[in-house]
Structures are given as structure tokens and as C-alpha cells.
Design a binder for this molecule. Structure first.
Ligand SMILES: NC(=O)c1ccc[n+]([C@@H]2O[C@H](COP(=O)([O-])OP(=O)(O)OC[C@H]3O[C@@H](n4cnc5c(N)ncnc54)[C@H](OP(=O)(O)O)[C@@H]3O)[C@@H](O)[C@H]2O)c1
Length: 491
């Protein structure tokens, strides 16, 4: 276990949704597993005055809501005594100076400080300025780290502007940019599946792989996030960070050492090697659509435009793109990336289709390797075996390797992320070059889609992928593969 320095975690926006459902419960879990340093403290910062005892009651209610069970009183007491509240009143011009004075009480607060900005993205740069002006980012006596929640910019220009602003005060080693997908054990499993098994590496290239599919589909619609979603769209919401990270982990080269820096270096290299999408041929490289009315699990649901109450929106709830990586390993291999809301099934997975086998029998399928991230964590390899009987016929049979078995721990992504933050391990956080490479690639598509006001293709809620997406596939026999369920032998 890596040793963790005693430190103070300062949470801005601690009363908000993310903090309630993820940050505070994850910190409690880490404490109950004995993973927090003994003197570690949590200072929650908010814009209103809240008595410390009421804040501690609030924490109890967050934990009750999340875990719905009685806690070991010793662990609970220890956790409550780690927690403090500080009011940073919006009209107080000396608020950050007061925060500095509060934090300088060394008998209470360890001086290594991590600031978690669980705030509106528009507040990130100004809060970093205010922290720096108060001397709170100065590392001459202890470390200082800042966590920036997703999204880091809304396009390349805004990402670069935010970067320019925060690097006036922070070095890259102090900046922890979140993509919480990287905290998921199932994502970390991608690299281990590839590199801790001898069988895969020799096959992991254009000689053997026909194409790759990276998928995130949901039965859910946009829910109450209509305004946010309409300003964002599926491409920005899911593909720009989460799915591009899945792509990077699937296609990067083996790092020289399995260290945080080396893993990030290889991810950056592969993201920077993706060929730009030719905008003049966008129709064969990217497809967008919106969900209309339909049925999910037998229940009637509204279409996107009805939910939004704006019939003119051309924002996509289905986005699919085709990418190529300009390296010898991936020469000519298309990578299809898609995300959709209100499809008939929810699943997040990487599916790899291998090239044709030397023998080709009627009705023979190809080999697929599927690394399923959600809802189940498992890897499936589909092989062809003879159907017993008088004829020479084969069928596809799944070989399943569950990554989670009964009794395994369930770790929330934020538990891993917070632990790594305190350890100073940035492997689960995004480097600025990864963020920029991804925006550089997607910005032209976002711009072209925004400018095109012609009606958007509509798919019924609860349907499977629209056949119209065929336009982005390279070969007639390529198409989205169906989602898979564990214990589903029907295929
Ligand atoms: N919620 C999630 O599941 C989730 C998932 C991924 C990413 N994120 C990201 O995490 C961050 C926080 O999300 P959230 O859902 O927790 O946000 P939130 O509930 O809307 O707000 C977080 C906190 O920000 C402060 N705040 C709100 N409006 C403000 C204003 N006008 N000026 C200054 N402070 C204001 C409030 O704290 P005080 O009133 O106490 O100051 C509020 O509790 C965002 O960047 C979001 O994009 C959230």
C-alpha cells in the first residue's frame, strides 16, 4: 500500500449533488477501510453560514441516504471528527484570506492541501486565482493540489483558456483533471486484460483485427437535464472524454513501465495519432440522431424535442463516429465509437471483431472479443465450435471471464480517484495533452453539426441502432453488434 501523507481535503461546493452522492460517501468508505491517513481532515466550504454541528448532521444524512444501514459507531465518530465546515461568504472581499487563516491552524489541519472544485465549470479559473492570491497554492512548505471536475472546457478554445488561466498558478503535477470513468475498476481492467495475458498482444493489430467498436448506450433519456443537455449534446457529453479514454486504453502501446507517468504518456501518444476526420466527407465518418417517442420497458416515453419543449433543436442524443489511428499497429483499422440515449438496452463495452478465419463455412460467424464495462463487468471471447451431428456446421459459443465474482468489493470510482489524489498518483486523471487532443479531434464535428440546421434523423425510443448509421461503416458486413448479457447463451 502506498503511504499517504497527512493532508487536508478542502471541498468547494460540498453541499452540492456530486459531493452528497459521491465525495462524502466515498471518503467515509475509505475511512472505514482504514485507507485515510490518521490525521487527515476534510474542510467543506460553502457560500452560506452553516453551524458545524448542523453540517455534521447533514453528513450523517448523506451517509444514511447512500448506504441505508447502521455504521460502526467507532468509524462513524472518527469520520465525523475529521469533518469541518467553513463559510466563504460571496460578499466578503477577505473570504479567501479568512480561509487561509483557518487552514493555518496546524493543530487541526495538516498542511498538505488538496482543493476539490465541485463547482460550476465557469467558477474553476476564478477560484484558482483566489486560492493563489491568498497564498494557498504555494508549495514551498507542503504540497498543494487542485481537482478540476469535468468538463475541462466546452471546446478546444475554452479548454486552452482555462489551462492558460490555471497554469499562471499551478504546475501540471498539481492539477488533477477528473474523468470519473478512469476510476472504474472495469476500465482499469482493459489494460490488465491486454498486458497481463500473453495471448492478446500478438493479435492486437491490423493483421488480425477487422475493426473495433466502443459503445455507451442507455435506455435513459435526458431526464431533468434538458437545458444542460441541449447545450452539450451526446458527442461532448460522452464521447469527448469517457469514450475517448476507453479508446486510448484499448489502443495504446504497452508502456515501458506500468507507472502512472508512462501510462499517461502512451495514452497521449495514441490520442495524438488519431487522424482528423475529413469534414468534406463528414457524412461517411459521423452520424447523429435524436430520439423520438417510443416505449422503454413497455412504458410510453416522450421524444427529446417534446421533453425540451423546443421543436427546433438539432442537438444529437445519438452520436457515432469512425476514427483511424495513424500508427503501424492500427493501419487501416476503423474504430467506431457511438453513444446513445433511449436505446432498447443499456451497455458500455469495447467490442473487437477479428478478421475472417482461414476456413469459411456457411453461417460461420467471426471471432469477437467483448470487454463489458456496464452493466456487468466481464470479458467474452466468442469462438466457433462444431455443432454435434452428421453435418460440418459450426456455431458461435461464448467464453466468459467475469471480472467480478461474488464477494468482490464494490468500489465507487470516486474512492479510487480520491485515494490517488492523496497519494499524488495522477494516472487516473487527465493530462492536458489528452484533453486537448480529444477536443482538437471533435471540435470540427461539433461545429459542423451546430451549423447544419436541417432536421435531424429521429429514432423511436426503445429501438435498436438506426440502420441509417450504415453510412459510416467501411464494409457492408460491418455493423453495430448487439449488446450482450452475462449468462446469455442465446447470443
Ligand atoms: N453531479 C454529478 O453527478 C456530476 C457528475 C460529473 C461531474 N460533475 C461536475 O461536478 C461539479 C459539481 O456538480 P454538482 O452536480 O454537485 O453541482 P451543483 O449541485 O449544481 O453545485 C455544487 C455547488 O456549487 C455551489 N454553487 C452553486 N451555484 C453557485 C453559484 N451561482 N456561485 C457559486 N457557487 C455556486 C453550491 O455550493 P454552496 O452554495 O454551498 O456554495 C453548490 O452546492 C460540476 O462541475 C459538474 O459538472 C457532477
Amino acid at each position: 500500500m502506498t503511504k499517504i501523507d497527512d493532508c487536508t481535503l478542502v471541498i468547494f461546493g460540498a453541499s452540492g449533488n456530486l459531493s452528497r452522492i459521491k465525495l462524502i460517501p466515498s471518503l467515509f468508505r475509505l475511512d472505514s477501510l482504514g485507507r485515510l491517513p490518521e490525521r487527515m481532515k476534510i474542510l467543506s466550504v460553502g457560500r452560506s453560514e452553516v453551524e458545524e454541528s448542523l453540517w455534521q448532521d447533514d453528513i450523517k444524512s448523506m451517509l444514511d441516504n447512500k448506504f441505508k444501514k447502521k455504521f460502526d459507531p467507532k468509524v462513524f465518530d472518527r469520520f465525523i471528527h475529521r469533518n469541518f465546515y467553513h463559510a466563504n461568504l460571496p460578499d466578503d472581499t477577505h473570504a479567501f484570506e479568512r480561509l487561509r487563516v483557518r487552514l493555518s491552524d496546524i493543530s487541526t489541519f495538516p498542511q498538505n492541501l488538496a482543493f476539490f472544485l465541485s463547482l460550476r465549470p465557469s467558477d474553476f479559473a476564478s477560484i484558482v486565482d483566489l486560492l493563489a492570491n491568498a497564498g494557498l497554492l504555494d508549495e514551498s512548505k507542503a504540497w498543494r493540489r487542485v481537482v478540476i471536475e469535468k468538463p475541462f472546457g466546452t471546446d478546444l478554445e475554452t479548454a486552452q483558456a482555462l489551462q492558460k488561466s490555471i497554469t499562471k498558478h499551478l504546475k501540471e503535477t498539481q492539477i488533477y483533471r477528473i474523468d470519473h470513468y478512469l476510476g472504474k475498476s472495469a476500465l482499469q481492467n482493459i489494460l490488465l486484460t491486454r498486458f497481463a495475458n500473453h495471448v492478446f498482444d500478438p493479435l492486437w493489430n491490423h493483421n488480425h483485427i477487422d475493426h473495433i467498436q466502443i459503445t455507451n448506450n442507455e435506455t435513459l433519456g435526458v431526464g431533468e437535464r434538458t437545458k444542460f443537455y441541449d447545450a452539450t449534446g451526446a458527442l461532448r457529453d460522452m464521447i469527448q472524454s469517457h469514450l475517448m479514454q476507453m479508446l486510448a486504453l484499448t489502443t495504446m502501446e504497452m508502456p515501458e513501465k506500468f507507472s502512472p507517468e508512462n501510462i499517461r504518456t502512451e495514452k497521449i501518444k495514441v490520442l495524438e495519432s488519431i487522424k482528423p476526420i475529413p469534414i468534406h466527407a463528414l457524412k461517411n465518418h459521423a452520424f447523429k440522431a435524436q430520439y423520438g417517442r417510443g416505449k422503454i420497458n413497455g412504458e410510453e416515453v416522450k421524444g427529446y424535442l417534446e421533453e425540451l419543449e423546443d421543436p427546433k433543436s438539432v442537438v444529437e442524443t445519438y452520436a457515432a463516429i469512425k476514427l483511424y489511428i495513424n500508427t503501424p499497429r492500427w493501419k487501416g483499422v476503423p474504430i467506431y465509437v457511438r453513444t446513445a440515449k433511449r436505446l432498447h438496452a443499456s451497455n458500455t463495452a469495447i467490442a473487437i471483431k477479428f478478421k475472417k478465419a482461414p476456413l469459411s463455412l456457411p453461417e460461420q460467424d467471426d471471432n469477437w472479443l467483448v470487454i463489458s464495462i456496464q452493466p456487468n463487468e466481464f470479458t467474452r471471447f466468442e469462438i466457433q465450435t462444431k455443432i454435434p451431428g452428421l453435418d460440418t456446421k459450426v456455431r458461435s459459443v461464448p467464453m466468459d471471464a467475469p471480472s467480478r465474482i461474488t464477494g468482490d468489493e464494490s468500489i465507487d470510482a470516486y474512492e479510487s480517484l480520491l485515494l490517488n489524489l492523496m497519494q499524488g498518483d495522477q494516472s487516473l486523471y487527465l493530462h492536458i495533452n489528452e484533453v486537448e487532443a480529444s477536443w482538437r479531434l471533435l471540435d470540427p464535428i461539433i461545429k459542423a453539426w451546430n451549423e447544419d440546421k436541417s432536421p435531424v434523423f429521429t429514432y423511436p425510443s426503445g429501438s435498436s441502432d438506426p440502420v441509417e448509421t450504415k453510412v459510416i461503416f467501411d464494409k457492408p458486413e460491418q455493423f453495430w453488434r448487439h449488446s450482450i448479457e452475462i449468462n446469455d447463451n442465446k447470443l
